[in-house]
Write a new protein. Sequence first.
Lengths: 241, 127
Amino acid sequence: MDVSDSTEGVRADSLLLSVAEHLKVPLTTIARQAELGQLTGQVELTDAAAIRVQANAALTLVDSYLLGLELMNRHADLQLEPVSVSSTLNDAAHDLERFANYYQVQLEVEVGGRFGPVMSHPQGLRAALLSLGFALVEAQAAQDMRGPRRVTLATHRTPLGIVAGVYGHYEALSAERWRAALGLAGKARQPITSLMPGSGAGLFVADAILRSMDTRLRVGRYLKQSGLAATLQPSRQLAFV
Amino acid sequence: MSHILLIEPNTLLATVYTRALQHAGHSVARVTGAQAGIDAADRRRPDIVITELHLPQHSGIEFLHEFRSYAEWQQVPIVLNTALTGTQVAPVMQALHRDLGIREILYKPRTSLQDLVRVAREHALAA
């Protein structure tokens, strides 16, 4: 089941494989965290907060995947409504903050100017940005690099619409590699090695949700950072938010 | 005890492994990727390497080939601790054991900390 007519979209069965592959990591981390206190006899070494952070991230991915499936199925008659991008970015950043802290990644939100709402699905947009955020924070933490690790949730206006995305220091990320990754999702173990070591499930789930809203993730740049972003259409309706 | 080079891209999981191995008396150099692994081995020769095959930017196989290309590291025991299942590793199994001298392949989701510590001790002693 494709989310759009485009063959570039990740199929639902490939998406499930990608999600299942990804979930091994947080579940392994939780299991080993729980074991650490027992093994060492030092209960304080079992970091309950780290377990909670990993469990929340895993549950968010599952929820986003399920929402993505629902939106894909309703694609033909999905009702879009005016949504504030800056509020959605701030909400997503709030949910990501603790996760980013644990990965020692500094999280920032940048809203480039003032603009009205975009036409979107509020829960879908939030889930897509959150899914993307979790994936790119983890990817940033895994990069071989010196200096502070920073991830920025940003939005800015372009002639094509309002762009919302997540950016960081991902030197090897390119449009070609992202296109190739979409084709490899659920088939290759590491569809986008240049960005992250795992299955990249969070990226593909975010892309699937956005495709159900007739947009998609593209490689973009914000100031000196690179990342993945979607272009959203401004709402023509009166803005209340 | 032994000096272990741990290459684990997930930093939270790496912290847990490091604490368990340190508690068992080992010193641990912990890195997230292939290049940092080579750099860490350059700074201090490890007695044993424990690595994931899924690494950012370079594949674990690339790392293993590069690591083994240096004469002084050709006898260092390497243990894979990977999220890949047996069937996923099977196509490269022969190359891993014969060409790259991998001592043991652990399936990460099913490998307890106790098992990891035991395997590290056994291979470090054998070396």
